[in-house]
Design a protein. Structure first.
Length: 738
């Protein structure tokens, strides 16, 4: 819209018809000087009754809502005068203040009410019925709202997503706007979540030179951080210069000079390794080199136990009522004699039996053994299978945010190590280089580590490919279980998973046992079938309740992506109902009864169990159910397997619906029934290891819905994306393996 064509309107907000906290979009009624009200739409974060606005834009006719004013820009003033301030506070603008409390405040402080609310809350406590604690809470709510609003208005003025203001304010409080103006690239930091393009557009609009050192340095660091999210521990220097050049349009020499500057001042680490001129973020360099040293030391350490192994195995078999296969006996021998042991194998090959055997042997040796897994669901499954308490690695290490709220730190480390003689780490393929380094640092020097997992599954979401690197290095004693045990031979899930892993096509037309294919050639038909399976067919015909069914998809986007599937499944499984409260947030509606998933690690969120035990920390991939939505308190409660966590509405970015989740998010979990949605998607996603991982998530029933030609394409697509990591090379060098 041409700036010269803009029309200006001014007035007082009479009512707020609709507001979206996620993006600031608001529909309101504005009362102008002639006492007429008009409908205005635009980005007005935290708009409230009583405030004054000067908006610039143009009139338009909406097909449903009629004539309205579409605002492109807005200047906003807080209400002045006792009457306007009362209308503002009485309208619920500030948490904890309703009409009655608003009247008390305005009667006492008049035109100064908002100034007192922001800067002198102790004066509010002089009003009968307002305690000092409540006054402080009201003041914090008002100050936070004012700070976020100023941030949002600044960000909106550059056409950026207002939700970024919420995250900036969460981490930097009242200093956020000043810090952002000083360094626009703060937006692209991992804990804020903006894209480099958003930060760069802000910097350019603010007048930063396109060839400035600050811009080039920020682009280099962004590329390293972005690619760590794609699994890379480092980027070769020439590639890093090339992608930086492509990102911001500078010359390759300028990008390389920026890399040199960052190396010089320590913000980037450089080493020639694995045939590459490798550039690392400092924390990834330290994690990889330290983990390599620790693992190499452990792989060389041998124990000379006095135990009679054959007699010990006989005792374990008698106590557990089982006969161990030769490879299982081998893992017991290796775990007895070595500090570091690796166990890998596909479904049905006896990994769980082996874990139980090693755990029982360690008990006989008097070793205190800790059980750990990367995710909450994997830890819960480990507890169920062993009868012993297992923990997530994060919880075991006491993960939390640092004082600035930007970085994860672990309370357990070299200076305060775990109290244990052994750790059994399940689902080790999911562990990235940062997490394995933290675990190794926290383990006592003599403690044993048994790494268990399936090397053929998808690698970790985070940087590195630790489990595979340890196996391929050849330095650690490793057992690969290959025999499918008799009790699993009849499972088509197990049999087909092994066929997929070998690159063979299962007979998809054989709809028997626990593996079915429902062929649908159109995405709409697949969605309809998936919805019917979850809502009707599986609950009614096979007595599998919806909460035991998990829909998986390779992707988030598209007609068979998780975003659209969740919308359709919510309509079928948890539609609106009388008395069922809900909260609209962005494009989603969070409703009581919804299944949701935490999508980033939050070490600070508090939870309380039904037995009164409380703690903190909900982790990426944890799935729960919304049990309460409190619109007055602006909170939402989620039950995560008996742990109730309360979210403020501003934290709803951390939740997504979870009737359908991506295969990557399902790693480490197992479900009674899995429905896999198969349709055309990016070849980067349609890979053999992704299909194998999806199939092995099902315990009792797997249903493929879609075109089985897609499954065949995935089986043929065996290319594994190369990850830049030097862990394998470092291990071999440290252990003297040529």
């Amino acid at each position: 819209m041409d700036q010269q064509e803009l029309i200006e309107l001014s007035g007082t907000v009479d009512s707020v018809i609709y507001k979206n906290e996620a993006n600031g979009y608001t529909v309101l009624r504005l009362r102008d000087g002639s006492d007429e009200t008009v409908t205005v739409v635009g980005c007005f974060p935290y708009a409230s009754v009583g405030e004054t606005m000067l908006v610039s834009g143009a009139w338009s006719n909406h097909s449903v809502h009629g004539r309205q004013f579409k605002a492109e820009f807005a200047q906003r003033l807080m209400p002045s005068g006792a009457q306007a301030i009362y209308a503002y506070l009485a309208g619920g603008a500030v948490r904890g203040i309703g009409p009655a409390t608003a009247a008390l405040i305005v009667n006492r402080f008049g035109d100064q009410s908002l100034e007192v609310l922001e800067n002198a809350p102790e004066k509010l406590a002089g009003i009968r019925g307002i305690s000092a604690a409540k006054a402080q809470q009201m003041s914090e709510s008002f100050r936070r709202q004012a700070g976020v609003r100023r941030l949002m208005e600044y960000i909106c003025s550059f056409g950026l997503r207002p939700i970024l203001a919420m995250r900036l304010y969460k981490y930097y409080g009242d200093q956020a706007l000043e810090l952002l103006r000083a360094n626009p690239y703060l937006l692209a930091a991992a804990h804020i979540g903006g894209s480099f393009a958003e930060a760069d557009s802000l910097a350019m609009a603010a007048g930063l030179d396109s060839h400035s050192r600050d811009r080039i340095d920020a682009a280099v660091l962004f590329e390293l951080a972005h690619n760590s999210g794609n699994g890379h521990c480092f980027i070769p220097r020439e590639k890093l210069a090339a992608v930086t050049t492509q990102l911001i349009g500078v010359e390759p020499e300028e990008a390389d000079e920026g890399i040199g500057r960052l190396i010089e001042d320590g913000r980037l680490r450089y080493e020639e390794v694995a045939g590459c001129r490798a550039c690392y973020l400092p924390e990834l360099y330290e994690a990889e080199t330290d983990a390599a040293e620790q693992l190499a030391r452990m792989s060389r350490r041998k124990f000379r136990e006095n135990a009679d192994l054959p007699a010990l195995i006989g005792q374990l078999e008698a106590a557990l009522g089982i006969r161990y296969a030769q490879l299982q006996k081998q893992i017991l021998r290796l775990a007895l004699e070595n500090q570091l042991v690796v166990l890998t194998g596909g479904p049905g090959t006896g990994k769980t039996t082996s874990i139980r055997a090693v755990l029982a042997m360690f008990d006989r040796l008097g070793l205190k053994t800790l059980l750990a897994a990367p995710t909450g669901r994997a830890a819960k499954r480990m507890t169920e299978l062993t009868g012993r308490e297992a923990s997530t690695v994060h919880r075991l290490l006491g993960a939390k945010f640092d004082e600035d709220g930007e970085r994860v730190v672990f309370t357990k480390d070299e200076s305060d190590q775990l109290d244990c003689g052994a750790v059994i780490l399940d689902e080790a393929s999911m562990v990235d280089i940062i997490l394995i380094d933290a675990l190794l640092r926290a383990m006592p020097p003599d403690a044993r580590l048994v790494m268990v997992g399936d090397a053929d599954q998808l690698p970790s979401v985070g940087p590195g490919n630790v489990f595979s690197a340890v196996i391929r290095s050849g330095v650690a004693p490793t057992v690969r279980l290959t025999e499918i045990f008799r009790q699993n031979e009849g499972s088509r899930i197990v049999r087909n998973a092994h066929m997929i892993n070998r690159g063979e096509y299962p007979d998809f037309s054989e709809n028997t046992g626990d593996f079915f294919r429902l062929r649908r050639l159109e995405a709409a038909g697949s969605v309809e079938t998936i919805t019917e399976l979850c809502a009707v067919r599986l609950p009614n015909r096979m007595h599998i309740p919806p909460q035991k069914i998990q829909v998986l998809s390779p992707t988030r986007r598209g007609e068979l992506g998780t975003v659209w599937l969740n919308k359709k499944l919510q309509e079928a499984l948890n539609p609106p109902g009388k008395g069922k409260r809900e909260k609209a947030f962005g494009d989603a509606v969070f409703r009581e009864g919804d299944r949701v998933m935490q999508v980033r690690n939050n070490y600070d969120i508090l939870w309380k169990a039904a037995n009164g035990v409380s703690g903190s920390g909900i982790y990426n991939g944890d799935i729960g159910q919304i049990t309460a939505v409190d619109l007055d308190a602006e909170t939402l409660t989620v039950d995560f397997d008996g742990r109730a966590a309360v979210y403020g509405f501003d934290a709803l970015l951390e939740l997504e619906h979870a009737w359908a989740i991506t295969v990557h998010k399902a790693q480490g979990s197992e479900y009674q029934a899995v429905i896999l949605a198969l349709g055309q998607s990016s070849q980067m996603l349609l890979t053999r290891d992704l299909l194998y991982t999806a199939v092995t998530r099902a315990r009792e029933l797997l249903i493929l819905v879609g075109d089985d030609r897609t499954a065949c394409q995935m089986i043929d697509n065996f290319r594994q994306t190369k990850r830049y990591s030097a862990l394998r090379v470092r291990l071999r060098k440290l252990c003297g393996v040529s």
